[in-house]
Write a protein that binds this ligand. Structure first.
Ligand code: TRP
Length: 338
């Protein structure tokens, strides 16, 4: 496959022009596959939309707002751990290639880079990977101003299908923050770890954030904030689907629903129909009927135990790992070595 190197020019008000490098692999995804994925999810009995469709430019902004909410503890606690992490683990930073999966905004990697002296920073290459191009451009732009890294290359890709396209060079540290692994089903989390086991080489390492099992009220509050940002974020997925698959959802026909499922130790996010609705599809022939009270499942957010961390590391073929957590044990950062 040909690698797409795009030089994107950012023009500032005073005619200053800056060039950043972004590789966009999304065009290599089969558009038919995308439509099929969306439609088969909507046609089933328990309707489902993949959470990757949350993150268009609006969704990414809303999610950043969520991460700043008082109720949404995961980001706050993870950042607390990240800001002192390099004192807790032993890692050779020289010539490291940092690949951050689902990077979103650059605030987390910034906390890590802040702990690295300049003489090492300029030996490090950083590759943020995200499905949202707007986020990648913004992130590369900001980081290139703030840190004297050797290179920063943005990668727009779907890590569900395109892990094999990630940079192969040198020693790599994969970062997978935000407990995004918890958004997979357990089966998919297993597959993901086994995939990582295949693409990672001896010497490579993984830094993965996991939200831990805790008091249910604390968890449920994090997904039902009082200002309704979480609701707006969940509902925005319908606008993204309209653009992507040509449906005609009206987000006012649905409401946000998030509850803890104790059997599976996860928060389930749904959109619940407030009335009977009929959605028409791009091809104009088919429609999808959703009756009042029926839900579309949009995301799971699993909370982990120490035993599950051990299991995930075993699937990933990691022989050694260190768990760093906050004082209350709400969130864990696992540093696993190949
Ligand atoms: N990955 C985030 C999480 O599991 C996503 C998220 C936060 C989310 N709040 C949400 C998804 C509300 C849907 C609705 O914590």
């Amino acid at each position: 496959m040909r690698q797409e190197f795009l030089k994107i020019q950012i023009t500032y008000g005073n005619d200053m022009i800056k060039e950043i490098t972004v590789r966009n692999y999304l065009p290599y995804m089969d558009p038919g596959q995308t439509d099929d994925e969306i439609l088969s999810g909507l046609k089933g009995k328990q309707k489902y939309i993949s959470p990757k469709y949350f993150y268009d430019a609006v969704g990414s902004e809303l999610f950043e707002e969520i991460t700043r909410l008082e109720e949404y503890y995961p980001t706050r606690v993870e950042k607390e751990i990240l800001s002192g992490l390099l004192d807790m683990i032993r890692i050779n930073l020289r010539n490291l290639n940092i690949v951050e999966l689902g990077s979103g905004d650059p605030s987390k990697i910034t906390l890590l880079l802040n702990q690295i002296p300049e003489r090492l920073l300029n030996t490090i290459n950083y590759f943020p990977v995200d499905i949202c191009e707007a986020e990648i451009i913004k992130s590369v732009d900001i980081l290139s101003e703030s840190f004297p890294l050797q290179t920063i290359t943005g990668i727009v890709a779907d890590f569900n299908y395109q892990l094999h396209l990630l940079p192969q060079q040198g020693t790599r540290m994969f970062c997978f923050f935000g407990s995004t692994i918890g958004n997979f089903t357990m089966k998919d989390a297993e597959n993901f770890m086994r995939q990582l086991a295949k693409i990672m080489n001896p010497g490579d390492c993984l830094l993965i954030g996991m939200d831990m099992v805790k008091d249910i009220d604390i968890i449920e509050r994090a997904y039902n904030d009082s200002r309704g940002i979480t609701a707006a974020f969940n509902l925005n997925i319908l606008n993204v689907i309209n653009k992507t698959a040509g449906t005609d959802f009206d987000s006012r026909d649905f409401e946000h629903l998030a509850f803890f499922n104790p059997q599976r130790n996860c928060i389930e996010m749904h959109l619940k129909a407030l009335r009977d609705v009929e959605i028409s599809l791009k091809n104009g022939f088919d429609t999808i009927k959703i009756s009042k009270g029926q839900t579309i499942h949009t995301e799971n957010s699993h909370k982990f135990s120490y035993d599950q961390i051990k299991q995930l590391c075993a699937w990933g073929g990691f022989s050694r790992y260190t768990i760093c957590h906050d004082r209350k044990g709400w969130f864990s950062m696992v540093y696993a070595l190949k």
